[in-house]
Design a binder for this molecule. Sequence first.
Ligand code: GAR
Length: 187
Amino acid sequence: MKKLAVFASGTGTNFVAIAKACASGVIKAEVAVMVCDKPGAAVIDRAREMGIETFVFSPKDYTGKSAYEAEIVKLLDAKEIDLVCLAGYMRIVGETLLNAYEGKIINIHPSLLPSFKGAHAVEDAVAYGVKVYGITIHWVNADLDGGKIIAQRAFPYEGSDPAEVHRLGQVIEHQLYIETINKILNQ
Ligand code: GAR
């Protein structure tokens, strides 16, 4: 059985979609750990309800990014993680984690990359007047939201409400993430 680690910082709807797909056999893998950098984030309760191990940390308790990433690498190594799925993990991956796991880390981003990189992709796209939105899943490298694209899906929206774009996009995200994880694991 392949092992996934899911990293999240917020609500965790993508984490729940992935974990449910694993539990029901739609993804032939197990979520071995959920890593969260925000004590108090809703995703932590969701993981605990589903009986999934969590590693929750506060970056301010460490001397820097390489210190907490070294601890994460130890954990991923111990669990023999095959694939790391960033799912709303709102932190830039540093060289400690990349040196150990580059080529095994993917991220989901709420825009059609390379347009609208960064933490406010949907808001930036709405402000720009975009009419076709989308979701991208890409490999993670040292270039923020700049790794090679694995999958994309577009959807039309002519309005100007970011919340509606988020809502429409998340339905696509959950499906696309499950399909893409399956493709990678079956390669
Ligand atoms: C997702 O929409 C994801 O695309 C976005 O965070 C959200 C997390 O939602 N990620 C980024 O913006 C990364 N730059 P979730 O916690 O409900 O899965």
